[in-house]
Every structure is written in structure tokens, then in C-alpha cells.
Design a protein. Structure first.
Length: 244
């Protein structure tokens, strides 16, 4: 299991523990949002490649993100949403000799395929009770990046790293879900469950670890990117808190 996979597993465990703690301590009293000017939230993502993207990426991705909503108007049913996220959709780790001249020292080489995204747009709540359905849409960017790092065996810090390939795309996201209150008070706490569609359009990217890196004569390497639509469905679980 790679360091990145272990990191996301730990995050999933912590998020689940936080949600369980909130559900155990949930209050029946109805909490009002009169004092809240917005919300902040964090979430974990399960990314599902769709269309052409699923042809070249044969595994689910995982990641997480942070963001917030600024309420517009006293009804607090509409707001401006801003968020940023990071998804890993491929990783490969292998152990190789440090060099031909030092074959008795092994190092770990890890290649990671990721997407950094950010967006801004409206969010609308369809109710004000303890269970609030919501819909949202954002316009922003997706940055597809594949990088390779080298580290000593059993070491967390890389010795060296490089970006093998990257592509910056305009992205559109639409989604919706449910916000379920798990704790009342001046700063209510909610469990958020949602799904979204992210349209990245035609993109150049690498997939499946180092599969699209070609070795040339003289020992040099070159990226051989895939060019296709690179759209995603994501399923999210997160925690949001009202802020005054």
C-alpha cells in the first residue's frame, strides 16, 4: 500500500469517527440558522471515471476537499459556494536499484496521477429544517498532473521528484445532496452526503501509474499522453459547520 493510499485511508477513518461521534451526540432541538452567515465544509471523494475516461482509467479514484458557502440574503436558502479538491486516480510504486553503479542500494519509485480542482458558483438549499436538500454548480479549473518521486525504502520524504506531464482545463461541476444536522446550537454541525458530475472536456493526461511513460534511446524518458474526454462522477461524504 502506497503512502498516498495510507493517507486517504486514515482520512476516511477520521471522517467516519467524527460523523459517528456527531450522530451519538445529536440533539433533537431544532437549530435555527439566524446567526449564521455561512458554512465551512470538508469532504472525502470517491471518483468514478465515465465515458472515454473510463476506457483508459480502469480504477476508482479517491481524494478530498475543502470549501465554504457564503449565504446571500436573510432567508439563507441561497449562497455562493467556493471549493477546492484533490483526487488520485492512479498510482504505482516499485522498488529499483539506485543506479547501475550502485545496484546494492534500493529506492522506492512512485508515480502518481492526480487532479487538482477548484470552482466557484451558486448553491441553493431546498429547505431549512434538520434535513436540507441542496443543489449547486461551479465554474473553475481542473489541473491534471502526473509526477514521479524517489525515496529511500521505509522513508516518507522523497529524495527527488519531477512532473512527468500536466494539463490545465476549464471545468464545470453540477451536483446535489442532503445536509443532515447532527448537532445544533449557534454553530450547527451537519453530515453532508452528495454526488456531482464534473465536465473537464478534452484533456491530455497519463493513466495507470507509469504506463504512458516511454523509454527512449540513451535512457531518457518521454510522456505519451492520452487525449480524450476526462469527465467524472463523484460521491462525497463530509462535515459542514455553520459560521457566524
Amino acid at each position: 500500500m502506497s503512502r498516498i493510499t495510507r493517507t486517504f485511508t486514515n482520512r476516511i477513518f477520521l471522517a467516519g469517527a467524527a460523523a459517528l461521534l456527531g450522530l451519538v451526540s445529536a440533539e433533537r432541538a431544532t437549530a435555527q440558522w439566524d446567526d449564521a452567515r455561512g458554512e465551512v465544509f470538508g469532504y472525502l471523494d470517491l471518483a468514478i471515471p465515465i465515458g472515454d475516461f473510463s476506457t483508459y482509467v480502469d480504477n476508482l479514484g479517491g481524494g478530498g476537499g475543502l470549501g465554504g458557502v457564503l449565504f446571500l440574503g436573510e432567508s439563507r436558502l441561497a449562497g455562493l459556494r467556493a471549493e477546492g479538491s484533490f483526487i488520485i486516480y492512479g498510482a504505482e510504486r516499485r522498488t529499483v536499484p539506485l543506479s547501475p553503479t550502485v545496484p546494492f542500494v534500493d529506492v522506492d519509485v512512485e508515480t502518481t496521477n492526480g487532479i487538482v480542482s477548484a470552482g466557484l458558483g451558486p448553491q441553493v438549499y431546498l429547505g431549512t429544517g434538520p434535513i436540507r436538500p441542496f443543489i449547486y454548480g461551479t465554474v473553475g479549473f481542473s489541473y491534471f498532473v502526473t509526477s514521479t518521486s524517489v525515496s529511500g525504502m521505509y522513508e516518507d520524504e522523497p529524495i527527488a521528484s519531477t512532473t512527468n506531464h500536466s494539463d490545465f482545463r476549464l471545468a464545470f461541476t453540477g451536483g446535489g445532496g442532503l445536509s443532515v444536522r447532527i448537532h445544533g446550537g449557534r454553530n450547527p454541525l451537519s453530515l453532508d452526503l452528495s454526488a456531482s458530475y464534473k465536465h473537464n472536456g478534452m484533456t491530455e493526461y497519463l493513466a495507470n501509474g507509469a504506463d504512458n511513460l516511454l523509454k527512449l534511446r540513451g535512457g531518457e524518458w518521454k510522456a505519451d499522453p492520452i487525449r480524450s474526454e476526462a469527465n467524472l462522477m463523484t460521491v462525497r461524504v463530509g462535515i459542514s459547520a455553520g459560521v457566524g
